[in-house]
Design a protein around this ligand. Sequence first.
Ligand code: HEC
Length: 169
Amino acid sequence: MKFLGQIRTALMLLVFIGCGPDNGEIGNYRYRTDMHEQPSFRNHEHPLTPVKNTVPVNGILEAIRDSASAARLVNPVKPTQANRDSGRFLYQTYCSPCHGIGGKGDGLVAAKFQVPPDLTTPKYRLAPDGYIYYVIRNGRLIMPAYYEAIRSHERWLIVNHLRVLQRQE
Ligand code: HEC
């Protein structure tokens, strides 16, 4: 068992070393590349330069430099029933394998990976919506970044579902 523990520590160290600190924070560990590295146009990248002084009809994508600037973002998603259902579905799909259905950190994958913190504790209850949004987008230490898998609107839906779980204490 001790030997297995050493292997796990070595693997985690490798992952830490691989973390690209391009935003000055630890995280951003990328495990899905999904054909991202290719010459075609990327998401939100357009071949034409927009006309001067115009903005896209969907507005400008928010600039997120670090977790402090993300914490100031305003959650645009209203807690309607349809949004709640989508948030629960997304949370259960993407987060529950590690964080558990109730957010307690008891997901099936966590047992074999790394047990994450209980997200229903006051520390995370008091964390701003934008901070949770940031963690989903950029990951944290060995938690993978989900910016390619989960779109902006979906991240807010998940944040709202986490709030529901936190109220179920
Ligand atoms: C592969 C497992 C895994 C998945 C999937 C995962 N997480 Fe995590 N998460 C972790 C681990 C491990 C940590 C603890 C990281 C650390 O040491 O700071 C963590 C930490 C967090 C934290 C706390 C960050 C902090 O500041 O302490 C939040 C919030 C969080 N995750 C939210 C989510 C949400 C929301 C999802 C779904 C979109 C998700 N996680 C998916 C493993 C995972």
